[in-house]
Design a protein around this ligand. Structure first.
Ligand code: NAD
Length: 365
């Protein structure tokens, strides 16, 4: 029995998580895989009900779970609050407390949607890449940092790019393991020609590759070239490994290759502990979409694909993960679409109906 903690959050979060819950129920009823779900509060709704965006009970429940599925947090209602009470603090808080250092952002283009990319059909059709971004180091956390006023009255801003070799080793191992589960190709991104930290990054990744992963084809690419190659010929990549800063930019660029925010899942993983436990949080990459919240028109596919990632990466239920992905693909191939991805010729369905269509496909598989 796997324990899944559901954190619906704000805006469209509850609507999309409810569709993923239906998929969990489907497997409980129709397979030998069993799941126990519970719910916790995070974000604006948590602030409204308990005065904090990240209640202690949520952290306790997260620690007890085998994996977490999050909807989204935030909305205009809470933007007036003091910084520490804002919904986003809840999200950053849970990532920090669970030390979720590895952020997996797949960018996959379903054939039926290849036309909605801003790039040409042949460049993106069949695209299936994974960007692995280190999430807890680099310029975002490095010291010294800040802005100070100099003696001459001018101001100086400082941020520090820093990684130690242990941090690089642990993210590199996640990347190599991912490549092993996929196409056995890893491209590590750096700027080793001008930034020493990333020169060390390159050396450490090379070393780990040689010693532990001789079956994986490792290559290295400068980040500026990688940005260009992502747009020129994204299908050359399988897994891309990046630091926090470069990954922030490259993963957003890669997500746009696929056309819609409503389709893209993600995972954030912690370190594997000695007892085998590994904290993991799965969530769509989109936000709480306040403009469409409560209207039952949100696209639940990013959240449902996040559940598929959970099955694959937290539980090693590859068959069930593949079933979910196939069911989504079949529904799209039939021209069934939520509003965000629909053309005039498509069958437009609500958020709930999309969930039901995916269940109906699962029943056929
Ligand atoms: P957003 O992703 O919520 O929405 C951007 C646009 O995409 C909107 O027009 C929205 O309607 C549309 N959209 C997003 N997801 C969709 C879906 N599943 N189906 C159909 N359409 C979808 O980004 P935003 O508007 O910049 O932010 C809104 C709120 O969400 C803010 O409070 C922000 O802080 C928060 N946010 C939260 C997360 C998170 O919880 N991880 C991430 C990003 C933004």
């Amino acid at each position: 029995m796997k324990k899944i903690l559901l954190i619906p959050g704000d805006g469209i979060g509850p609507e999309v998580v409810a569709q993923a819950q239906k998929i969990i129920n489907f497997f409980n009823q129709n397979s030998d895989k069993k799941f126990e779900t519970s719910e916790a509060l995070l974000g604006g709704i948590a602030y409204d009900k308990s005065g904090t965006p990240f209640p202690q009970e949520t952290l306790d429940a997260a620690r007890l779970s085998d994996a977490i599925l999050l909807g989204a947090v935030g909305g205009p209602k809470w933007e007036v609050l003091e910084y520490k009470h804002r919904p986003e603090r809840g999200l950053l808080g849970i990532r920090k407390e669970l030390e979720l250092f590895a952020n997996l952002r797949p960018a996959k283009v379903f054939a039926a949607l290849a036309d909605s990319s801003t790039l040409k059909y042949e460049i993106v059709a069949g695209l299936d890449i994974m960007i692995l971004r280190e999430l807890t180091g680099d310029l975002y956390f490095g010291e010294p940092r800040g802005v100070k006023t100099l003696e001459d009255g001018s101001r100086q801003g400082i941020n520090t790019m820093t990684y130690n070799s242990k941090e690089v080793e642990r993210i590199a191992r996640v990347a190599f393991d991912l490549a092993r589960l996929r196409g056995k190709k890893l491209c590590s991104i750096d700027k080793a020609n001008v930034i020493e930290t990333t020169e060390m990054w390159r050396e450490v990744v090379t070393e780990i590759g040689k010693k532990e992963y001789s079956d994986i084809a490792l290559s290295h690419m400068y980040v500026d070239n990688a940005a260009m190659q992502l747009i020129r010929n994204p299908k050359q990549f399988d897994v891309m490994l990046t630091g926090n800063m470069f990954g922030d930019i490259l993963s957003d660029a890669a997500s746009m290759l696929t056309g819609s925010l409503g389709m893209l899942p993600s995972a954030s993983l912690g370190e594997k502990q000695k007892n085998g436990k590994q904290y993991a949080l799965y969530e769509p990459i989109h936000g709480s979409a306040p403009d469409i919240a409560g209207k039952n028109i949100a696209n639940p596919i990013a959240t449902i694909l996040s559940l598929a990632m959970m099955f694959r990466y937290s539980f090693a239920y590859d068959k069930e993960a593949q079933m979910i992905e196939n069911a989504v693909e079949n529904v799209l191939n039939k021209g069934v679409r939520t509003a965000d991805i629909a053309n005039s010729s498509d069958k437009k369905v609500s958020c709930e109906e999309m969930g039901n269509e995916i269940i109906a496909e699962l029943q056929k598989l």
